[in-house]
Design a protein around this ligand. Structure first.
Ligand code: FE2
Length: 309
């Protein structure tokens, strides 16, 4: 990565070398952990496709994830690219590549979250009729009955949300938890002990500093970039032990702690849509350990060099 940057840098060399020297691991106190230790990998924004040797990159990422020996793996969405605007036959090679080179190449269970790119034919670019069930292929490939669900691991309850709310018009979708899913969330939380530590996963972020940092302090992000009813969703967890929120969509890596909850935006396996680093975030994934009132986090750069022109 240094070589490519050195070649490209010139005048910006100083800034570039600073960017590459960011620490990619941290550990912090966070009360309310479970008795057991849970170590998991969280990868997001794969944008699987067949061009630019990306199948090789996915195999490389799978190998790197396996080296970390996580107890389980969580996928944050955008597993394939451009499903939303493509026809079912167009996305088959992308899904096949994702399944073969990454999902099925990972040892152990991968628990997937749906991203906007994973919907198929929600609004085809060629003007043909939108699918009546754009989540069908995701459910079929992931062997899920529903795109929002919970599971337990080592005393932690993991909530996986479907944050994609399809609308007509220019934005095509919003980050939103609709009434049906909100009712389900209330119901699930009523069955969850108040002190049970919770990990919440959503493709579209509930909390981010990305737009304030990159566009200015008065910018919060468009409705298709952030979750518009984030406060309504987070309010549901008011009397619960929400330890960690994992988010994708922005391809940048950030960590925010608000009260006792840490929000991690997980970078992207494809970084800048397979064009290299994005705001200093390399192609990579997160490894997180929850233990004894602590969170350990690191971002693993699996060593891919962008081949996209
Ligand atoms: Fe993405």
């Amino acid at each position: 990565m240094v070589d490519r940057r050195t070649v490209l840098s010139g005048l910006g060399a100083g800034a570039v070398s600073l960017a590459t020297s960011w620490p990619r691991s941290m550990s912090w106190a966070s009360s309310g952990s479970a008795k057991g230790q849970l170590r998991f990998a969280f990868f997001t924004d794969v944008h699987a496709r067949t061009e630019w040797e990306t199948p090789v990159a996915l195999a490389k990422a799978a190998k790197s994830i396996n080296t970390q020996k996580p107890d389980l793996v969580i996928a944050g969405g955008d597993l394939i690219t451009d499903g939303f605007t493509s026809l079912p036959e167009e996305v088959t090679p992308r899904w096949d590549t994702y399944m073969k080179n990454l999902h099925n190449a990972i040892e152990g269970d991968v628990h997937p979250t749906i991203g906007n790119h994973d919907l198929v034919a929600a609004n085809p670019a060629d003007g043909s009729k939108p699918s009546s069930d754009p989540r069908a292929e995701f459910r079929k490939r992931m062997k899920l009955d529903r795109t929002f669900y919970t599971f337990d691991a080592m005393g932690y309850r993991i909530f996986i949300l479907d944050s994609i709310y399809v609308i007509r018009g220019k934005l095509q979708y919003q980050g939103l938890i609709g009434p049906e899913q909100m009712n389900w969330l209330r119901e699930e939380l009523s069955k969850t002990p108040n002190d049970m530590p919770i990990v919440l996963v959503s493709h579209i972020p509930l909390l981010t500093a990305f737009y304030a940092a990159t566009r200015g302090a008065l910018e919060g992000g468009k409705p298709n970039r952030v979750m518009v009813n984030n406060r309504g969703v987070l309010d549901q967890f008011r009397d619960h032990n929400l330890l960690l929120v994992l988010q994708g969509h922005l391809h940048a890596q950030e960590v925010i702690r608000w009260r006792n909850t840490t929000f991690i935006t997980g970078g992207a396996l494809c970084a800048k849509w397979w064009r290299g680093s994005w705001y200093g975030t390399e192609e990579g994934f997160n490894v997180i350990t929850l233990r004894e009132n602590h969170v350990d986090w690191k971002y693993v750069d699996y060593g891919w060099e962008a081949k996209r022109p």
